[in-house]
Design a protein around this ligand. Structure first.
Ligand SMILES: NC(=O)c1ccc[n+]([C@@H]2O[C@H](COP(=O)([O-])OP(=O)(O)OC[C@H]3O[C@@H](n4cnc5c(N)ncnc54)[C@H](OP(=O)(O)O)[C@@H]3O)[C@@H](O)[C@H]2O)c1
Length: 269
């Protein structure tokens, strides 16, 4: 599979690096980026062909669009209309299939992907959506590409990608917020900064690993740590009194609303 990447920034480089690490032939990967230092770094680190943005679509089976959403329309219009056989995979947040298809002169073979920042360390989760006329082989190709930086999940409706954005796209920030809060609690109760951070960080790593390896419902795992009359029960009661769960769910819904608003704004011609 020959792949062309438009944009070799954080995400483009992460996917390219993941593919090479998984054994994809570097010679089959071409990355276009306007920045010479970015191109040099990509060529040096992964041995891929790194070029300035070209005036037409280079020969490839798949094109991954990894430019910023605000850059997308101009970036793809500069390449002209792609060949009908090219599978276009966009990872840009908020750019809808219909808008991209219009900018690509009515192109049909488009898959939308929403990865998250843990992709940078190949522990990402990517939501994928393809319109009904994109066949199984093309879907498989898109999942293989994004699978180089973590796990993938297919969604039935394009609007579900706004939910993905709110859950796993923004999700790492929620986790960091909780991590910060746990660390701050440790500091307020007299721990030195080093131990407070280490305890908070490793608690997240350990709990996430336990949940993943056991595969059990988080509510069951939580109950297992919550002895009647114990410390965890006291803390959770305090969280419930403050309405933490409903605040959290309302916050994630607000992120979903914002994602939909941004989709409307990016799609304006
Ligand atoms: N980072 C994330 O966690 C994340 C998560 C989900 C989705 N995404 C999506 O992934 C996309 C890339 O994000 P990122 O964080 O990787 O951004 P980034 O680091 O800014 O990478 C974008 C790259 O594209 C380059 N570029 C600009 N115009 C171009 C053109 N015409 N042709 C080729 N390359 C061009 C940029 O160069 P200049 O800097 O010189 O403009 C930059 O190197 C975005 O659409 C974002 O919504 C990112």
């Amino acid at each position: 599979m020959k792949a062309f990447f438009l944009g070799g920034g954080n995400m483009g480089a992460a996917i390219v690096g993941g593919l090479v690490a998984k054994g994809f032939a570097a010679g089959d990967l071409t990355v276009a980026d306007p920045s010479a230092p970015v191109r040099e770094q990509l060529a040096r680190a992964y041995g891929v062909r790194a070029i300035a943005p070209p005036g037409s679509w280079p020969e490839a089976d798949v094109a991954v669009l990894a430019v910023k959403p605000q850059q997308m329309r101009e970036a793809v219009r500069a390449l002209g209309n792609p060949p009908a056989s090219l599978l276009v995979v966009t990872i840009a947040a908020g750019i809808r299939v219909a808008d991209l298809a219009r900018w690509l002169g009515g192109h049909a073979a488009i898959v939308r992907a929403m990865p998250n920042t843990p992709a940078l360390v190949r522990c990402g989760i990517t939501g994928l959506f393809a319109p009904g006329d994109v066949g199984p082989e093309a879907r498989e190709r898109a999942a293989t590409l994004l699978g180089a930086v973590g796990d993938t999940v297919w969604l039935d409706r394009e609007s579900d990608l706004d939910v993905v954005t709110a859950i796993s796209g923004s999700g790492p920030a929620y986790v960091f917020y909780l991590m910060e809060s746990l660390e701050a609690a440790g500091r307020e109760m007299g721990l030195a900064p080093g131990p407070a951070r280490k305890l908070a960080l490793q608690t997240f790593v350990g709990a996430a690993t336990l949940a993943q390896l056991r595969g059990e419902d988080p509510a069951v795992l939580r109950a297992q740590v919550t002895s009647p009359g114990g410390t965890t029960e006291r803390a959770l009661a305090e969280m419930d009194r403050g309405g933490l769960k409903s605040v959290f769910i309302a916050a994630v819904k607000a992120a979903r609303e914002r994602s939909a608003e941004l989709g409307d704004a990016f799609g304006e011609d």
